[in-house]
Design a protein around this ligand. Structure first.
Ligand code: HEM
Ligand code: HEM
Length: 234
């Protein structure tokens, strides 16, 4: 059964369930990692580390899903070169048709940059944490595997990453508000329900959803295993 290649309009599935679960889990784990970093104490530190590991698993999963996921989850579907990004930027304020109707049912060429940058930033933050160490008792599980100088570098990256992520997340949320207010396009609902409303005069390809979850679970398992092995290196 392949829904994937049906061209359709009306309510169209764009974000498969694994992509949606990925997104909201990532958001939850990132926020929990920020909050747990604020307070000291053993429990907060455990929570901080565990959230970071979860972020790592999620990002590794998403990287795989960018090749093995359904139509609009694939990097090749939405990552575009400078020419198309510029063209998209020029038309951005002109039309106020929703993205789905404007030829981009999935991520638009500009959004694609933010997807990749957010994923990379989350990955760098979690990875640097593994090698970080503060002056008191907090030490990432791999800090003893590398030199003190390297630990200092990673710790600086981890500290600086906090501000970088705040800026990226502010941009992320501002973009969503921008589309909502100025383009009358609600991007949040599709990231929850999976569906976008495509006008009747247009047809787009729907993403396959239901039949993909065994593959998603497999990839999630492999991601978790890889991260587990990395974290327990010594
Ligand atoms: C720490 C918090 C967050 C992180 C790290 C994050 C990261 C991301 C990433 C990586 C994507 C790409 C999704 C994919 O294709 O895999 C994305 C998309 C999206 N995020 Fe977030 N997100 C966060 C919080 C939020 C919040 C709080 C909201 C809503 C209020 C939100 C709304 C969205 C929406 C609507 C999209 C889809 C954008 C589109 O249609 O192209 N995100 N986010
Ligand atoms: C990706 C999610 C993560 C976020 C958002 C995050 C965020 C933060 C923040 C904001 C701090 C406080 C920095 C400061 O003192 O100014 C911190 C500290 C720390 N984090 Fe993370 N972290 C993440 C993942 C991890 C992971 C996976 C580990 C290790 C297992 C880790 C280990 C540490 C350590 C050892 C510190 C204390 C050293 C330092 O101040 O940099 N973090 N983290």
């Amino acid at each position: 059964m392949s829904l994937d290649h049906h061209r359709t309009h009306g309510r169209v599935r764009v974000w498969d369930l694994p992509t949606r679960l990925f997104h909201w889990s990532l958001a939850a784990c990132m926020i929990a990692a920020f909050i747990s970093a604020q307070s000291g104490g053993y429990t907060a530190q455990r929570v901080h580390f565990l959230c970071g590991y979860a972020v790592l698993v999620l990002v590794v999963f998403r990287a795989a899903w960018g090749f093995a996921g359904s139509r609009y989850a694939r990097f090749a579907q939405f990552v575009r070169g400078p020419a198309e990004i510029l063209r998209y930027l020029r038309g951005l304020l002109a039309a106020d048709r929703p993205e789905g109707a404007a030829g981009y049912p999935g991520h638009n060429p500009l959004g694609a940059i933010s997807v990749m940058v957010l994923l990379a930033a989350c990955f760098i933050q979690a990875t640097s944490g593994l090698f970080s160490k503060d002056d008191i008792a907090s030490e990432g599980p791999l800090a003893r595997q590398v030199s003190d100088a390297l630990v200092d570098r990673f710790t600086s990256v981890h500290d600086a990453g906090e501000s970088v992520l705040y800026v990226l997340l502010a941009l992320h949320l501002s973009a969503i508000v921008f589309y909502r207010w100025f383009k009358r396009d609600n991007l949040v609902v599709p990231m929850i329900t999976g569906d976008k409303q495509i006008p009747d005069d247009l047809t787009v390809e729907a993403a396959q959803d239901r039949t993909l979850w065994p593959r998603a679970l497999g990839l999630l398992g492999v991601s978790a295993l890889l991260v587990y092995l990395l974290v327990n290196w010594n």
